[in-house]
Design a protein around this ligand. Structure first.
Ligand code: ATP
Length: 702
């Protein structure tokens, strides 16, 4: 009996085919799957760089490209129009990475072209890889026959031309070395995936190790299930690091998975939740899968349903936002009133107005702002559960800017207490107060869950972490946490260890961005301006090794004189995308303020473009604030209104005279916000501004 595997490239291409072509593909590969042992209708091409590559007829216009692994085992690699399939099949060469043991493919014809074109010695005296020994290149998995060509590279442009033709793993180590990262560090990045003694001729064994790209299909039913949801490659293909984390038998306590935007944290969390639920006994034990907002929890629920159709597994996982969970615990069957944002804002504004004045650093008479008072309450008082003025007077205020003397603290306490008393008088509470109360109740009850999986952990508040800690008994596989400190866009700065969640020795980092192109990622990372950040584990986080293997067009920054010109251009751009066949729901528009969002929505609607409206059940282009973009993704994304006066948002940034430390932190949060927005783009990113550009845009002076 033969064996059949699918390459992720095949599935991605298949997903984009017109339905009649898809049906032809289904028919051809079903027949092929039934007869793999016979090597049915496989054609060998003359001039092929790789003797194991074949093509298979799909219809008169399309062909599939197949790799023979030996012994009636095949991988479906690509499906392309006839001539492209032939060109692909002739030019590609497969091999086994000698460090990682995985199956790789390179564009051999392209490499031969460079060999012919490039001078035999570097143009300048210095070759980029002069300082790297050949032995070290081989230890990193670079193919031996590439070494002479590598020695001829003397510019970034040459390196870029070559790496586009190489398998991602080799391109990645070469790019790292060329960027000046030392051998030891590059080696460490791959160390846990190294396989010793991989047989360079055993393509089948190599294919089995390539779980992020190649999936073996055990039956026609499984094949049909994969082809039925071709856009959901994440269900089937996992990076070895993702797989080892999601399917690890035991973590001896809470595990923290970090990784910046698009590295598959959510995907890893979903697989973990399904894995853990699948092993639970049928005695009412449950898994909690939670995240920051209701919209994100709904999205998680939908993905979970795509990942597993096993009713027993589904029924053991509660997918719920942290606020809703806290509410249900506190309210039980009653109804409790949650303070709405508008009236809260009014209360804080009134408290700020009534608060006594102080002299700032510049000697000016000022008042504490409403934002300051609210943050002080949430991030110091509620975070540390301070219930008396005396406790507040002595409390640490880490990450909250300038120190405050005792008399200042007393005045601030009084102002804050006024708002808390008003809330109590109205019998209403904020979500954070409810989380705090829920944590207390949970701590006094038996643990509700056997396992807790948390997505978007970077923005949770200490009260919410206390609740989660109390919901699961400490022990093996208790908590599986996913977070990216570079996407922290609210105020919480949390040390998990201080909340009784000890992740030391169980933190892992994901580095491959699967969502965004290299070009979009490069620009997005520049927005962060190299500012370091501290993770939930109290360690400095780094973006080292963070990369995307996909290439596409460079992001565009469009400059306009005024807002109406900018929004007219946005309409044209969205019309272009729609004309190109992009589905409306795969288009996103992000802006910094709610006012801009409503202006944009009006202009789009006026131009006949449907704007998504969940409440009214309208499907369309999603227009939302940058905050609401968290966790989402779009094939084409516009981030607009990036003017100097809009981003950073003046009301979200403490002035440098009031408090330089808080000013820096606030600016960093605005950078993270822009980073979150930009990294929602999959293929195309369009940025625009009216008048002077935001200083946070790469190239701007912040
Ligand atoms: N191994 C994989 N193979 C293919 N696609 C993947 C893989 N892992 C993740 N993806 C896809 O990459 C995209 C980003 O994944 P995901 O949303 O899990 O990342 P994330 O780290 O949670 O992102 P963010 O923090 O930016 O919200 C999704 O479209 C997901 O389906």
């Amino acid at each position: 009996m033969g064996e059949l595997a699918i390459d992720i490239a095949f599935l991605k291409r298949y997903a984009k085919l017109q339905p009649p072509v898809r049906r032809a593909v289904d028919a051809a590969i079903t027949k092929f799957a039934e007869h793999t042992h016979a090597g049915l209708h496989l054609e060998k091409l003359s001039g092929a760089r790789d003797p194991n590559v074949r093509t298979i007829k799909i219809n008169d216009f399309y062909r599939g490209v197949v790799l023979a692994l030996g012994g009636a085992r095949y991988v479906l690699c690509e499906v392309l129009p006839h001539d492209d399939a032939s060109a692909y099949a002739v030019s590609r060469k497969f091999g086994v990475n000698q460090a990682l043991g995985v199956l790789e493919v390179r564009d051999q014809a392209g490499i031969e072209e460079l060999e012919r074109k490039w001078p035999t010695t570097p143009a300048s005296a210095d070759g980029i890889f002069d300082s790297v020994a050949t032995r070290d290149l081989l230890r990193l998995g670079v193919d031996e026959d590439l070494i002479p060509l590598l020695r001829r590279i003397s510019s970034d442009q040459q390196l870029d031309s070559l790496t586009r033709l190489l398998p991602p793993a080799q391109a990645q180590v070469l790019t790292g070395l060329a960027a000046g990262i030392g051998f030891d560090e590059v080696f460490n990045e791959i160390a846990d995936r190294i396989v010793s003694g991989a047989d360079p001729d055993d393509l089948a064994a190599a294919a089995r190790r390539t779980s992020d790209r190649i999936a073996f299909v055990d039956s026609p039913v499984e094949l049909a299930a994969i082809l039925a949801k071709p856009f959901d490659a994440w269900r089937v293909f996992l990076h070895p690091t993702q797989r080892s984390l999601a399917y690890r038998e035991t973590f001896n306590g809470p595990a923290l998975i970090t990784g910046s935007a698009g590295t598959g944290k959510t995907v890893t969390g979903l697989h973990r939740a399904v894995f853990l639920a699948g092993r639970l006994p049928d005695d009412g034990s449950r898994v909690l899968l939670t995240t920051f907002t209701r919209a994100l929890a709904d999205a998680l629920g939908r993905q979970l349903y795509r990942l597993t159709d096993d009713p027993a597994v589904r029924s053991r996982i509660d997918v719920i936002s942290i606020d809703k969970l806290a509410y249900e615990i506190v309210a039980g069957n009653r109804k409790i009133t949650v303070a709405d944002d508008d009236s809260l804002s009014r209360m804080w504004a009134a408290a700020a107005q009534a608060a006594p004045t102080t002299l700032n650093r510049a000697g000016q008479v000022t008042r504490r702002s409403a934002a300051f008072l609210r943050r002080e309450w949430e991030q110091v008082i509620l975070a540390q559960q301070l219930t008396t003025m005396e406790a507040y007077r002595d409390a640490p205020r880490k990450g909250r800017g300038d120190g405050l003397r005792a008399p200042q603290r007393e005045r601030i306490w009084t102002a804050i207490h006024g708002v808390v008393a008003q809330l109590a008088a109205q019998r209403s509470r904020t979500h954070l107060q409810i989380a705090d109360e829920a944590a207390g109740l949970a701590a006094r009850s038996p643990a509700r869950y056997r396992h807790v999986v948390v997505d978007e952990g970077q923005d949770l508040h200490p009260a919410q972490w206390r609740l989660l800690r109390a919901l699961v008994a400490p022990g093996p596989n208790d908590m599986f946490l996913l977070a990216d400190p570079y996407q922290r866009i609210y105020d919480s700065q949390v040390s998990l260890a201080r909340l009784g969640i000890e992740v030391r020795g169980r933190t892992h980092r994901l580095t491959v961005n699967y969502r965004t192109t290299h070009e979009i990622l490069q620009m997005s990372v520049k927005v962060l301006a190299g500012e370091p950040t501290i993770g939930l584990d109290d360690e400095a986080d780094t973006l080292r090794g963070y990369h995307s293997d996909n290439h596409g067009g460079a992001p565009e920054v469009a400059e306009h004189n005024d807002r109406s010109g900018e929004l007219d251009a946005l309409v044209d751009r969205i019309d272009d995308w729609l004309d190109q066949g992009v589905e409306p729901h795969a288009i996103g528009v992000a802006a910094r303020t709610g006012k801009l969002v409503s202006d944009i929505s009006k202009v789009l609607t006026g131009a006949g473009i449907d704007v998504a409206d969940d409440k009214r059940g309208i499907d369309g282009v999603r227009v939302a604030t940058m905050h609401r973009m968290k966790g989402l993704e779009f094939q084409c994304l516009a981030v607009v209104g990036l003017d100097a006066g809009v981003l950073p948002a003046p009301n979200a940034v403490t002035s440098v005279t009031e408090d330089p430390h808080a000013h820096r932190e606030d600016l960093q949060r605005e950078r993270c916000l822009l980073f979150v927005a930009m990294t929602r783009a999959r293929d195309v990113l369009y940025l625009s501004h009216a008048g002077a550009p935001s200083t946070l845009l790469p190239g701007g002076a912040s």
